[in-house]
Design a protein around this ligand. Structure first.
Ligand code: IPM
Ligand code: MG
Length: 367
């Protein structure tokens, strides 16, 4: 990757706890910039409910412009009860889907890693989940999410709704390649998830997966039906390393995988375009119930910033240092309320963020 001295990051805090958690991640990126001597310029934009209120649309043109001139995007979360009854084009989620499509962010990478000190946070038995370390690679700009939608009255008077599930071979191939490349860097096992016993799009998916597999003889490809995968994820999650699947199956399975670790507040994600550009956001939502209280867990956003440093800025060492700083804070027993065993000792968003900054300062980070 081309190394630069100045990077631009588009910051889209969004709704609910978004602004609070993003603020901590921005501080961490600022500290990394200082340590490595690179300049990071932050440019802020609106997305989701805040944009609906301010600009009358969940994805203003200006926000897209800010994102397009950046090297990467850091996003908080969108949505809240205030906008839940809005029509489709005025929903916060529409802004998120819109930015994914407009920026070509077709590859969604969602790691679910069980950190040893958080084993007790899972709802599953420790022996089932300890050591879980898997990644869901979700196709993000195709399938039923983006197919044509219709509502109309049937001849007999009842209402009918349609959502078209459509995949082009090329869309399947490019996401499979991302997954194969990732599997190659890990345990060299890839599970492709589909519903090929029922869906034609899944049969095409499987055929393309087999074809692409020929280019990766060192990676062992297997296929699993999505219902079976859902079952295996809670029965024996350690069998998985890299999972690749289409948009909607990936939406569902990535939440399930996230919860194996017991702490959706800890999980980062990357949505990647071709090349090094990407959008980085925590897997969790905007948590409107705790917004503004200063108690949200900023670690998933900080870990998303680490993914940003690695993938979009090529600052691998800094990324690793941020991740180690987060683990060190957890190992020292510090927790926000969502993952604390003893809620009375829970720390706030800014306090946890500061502890990460302290840990980061102890590590020397080179460019
Ligand atoms: C996700 C979310 C989104 C999705 C919603 C908010 C539109 O659930 O990123 O997983 O379904 O993709
Ligand atoms: Mg989801």
């Amino acid at each position: 990757m081309e190394k630069k001295n100045t990077y631009k990051i588009a910051v889209l805090p969004g709704d609910g706890i978004g602004p609070e958690i993003v603020a901590e991640a921005v501080k961490v990126l600022g500290a990394v910039a200082e340590q490595t001597g690179v300049t990071i310029e932050f440019e802020y934009g609106r997305i989701g409910g805040i944009a609906i209120d301010t600009d009358g649309t969940p994805l203003p043109e200006e926000t897209l412009e800010i994102a397009k001139r950046a090297d990467a995007v850091l996003l908080g979360a969108v949505g809240g009860p205030k906008w839940d009854q809005n029509p489709g084009h005025l929903r916060p989620e529409t802004g998120l889907l819109g930015i994914r499509k407009a920026l070509g962010l077709f590859a969604n990478i969602r790691p679910a890693t069980m950190h040893p000190s958080l084993v007790d946070a899972s709802s599953l038995k420790p022996e089932v989940v300890s050591g879980v370390d898997l990644i869901v690679v979700r196709e993000l700009t195709g399938g039923i999410y983006f197919g044509e939608k219709k509502r109309y009255a049937a001849a007999d008077g009842g209402e009918v709704a349609e959502d078209l599930l459509i995949y082009h071979e090329a869309e399947i191939e490019r996401i499979l390649r991302v997954a194969f490349e990732l599997a190659r860097k890990r345990s060299r096992r890839l599970v492709s998830v589909d519903k090929a016993n029922v869906l034609e799009s899944s049969r095409l998916w499987r055929k393309v997966a087999e074809r692409v597999a020929a280019d990766y003889p060192d990676v062992e490809l297997s296929h699993m039906l999505v219902d079976s995968c859902a079952m295996q994820l809670v029965r024996a999650p350690k069998q998985f390393d890299v999972i690749v699947t289409e948009n909607m199956f990936g939406d569902i399975l990535s939440d399930q995988a996230a919860m194996l670790t017991g702490s959706i507040g800890m999980l980062a994600s990357a949505s990647l375009a071709e090349g090094s550009f990407g959008l980085y956001e925590p897997v969790h939502g905007s948590a409107p119930d705790i917004a503004g209280k200063g108690i949200a867990n900023p670690l998933a956003t900080i870990l998303s910033a680490a993914m940003l440093l690695r993938h979009s800025l090529g600052l691998d060492e800094a990324a690793a240092a941020v991740e180690q700083a987060v683990w060190a804070v957890l190992e020292a027993g510090h927790r926000t309320g969502d993952i604390a065993q003893d809620k009375s000792k829970a720390l706030g968003t800014v306090e946890i963020g500061q502890l990460v900054l302290n840990e980061l300062a102890k590590r020397t980070v080179k460019k």
